[in-house]
Design a protein around this ligand. Structure first.
Ligand code: SF4
Length: 62
């Protein structure tokens, strides 16, 4: 199974991921992004690649 999550220690709340993949990311109450789904798609990959702080982690599990 694949999981996606945002490292809040790295996120700066720029909003890029929310704009690119609104079905998968949203702003949390603290103004930082969070993943709202575990599955990934091309938008999630694009968001992860465009994150300026590499805060989006895509983890593959067996
Ligand atoms: S693109 Fe990265 S830094 Fe910007 S809000 Fe999303 S996780 Fe945070």
């Amino acid at each position: 199974m694949t999981k996606v999550f945002v490292d809040k220690d790295l996120c700066i709340g720029c909003g890029s991921c929310v704009a690119i993949a609104p079905d998968n990311f949203e702003f949390d109450d603290d103004g930082l992004a969070k993943a709202i789904k575990e599955e990934i798609n091309d938008d999630v990959k694009t968001a992860a690649e465009s994150c300026p702080t590499d805060a989006i982690n895509i983890e593959k599990e067996n």
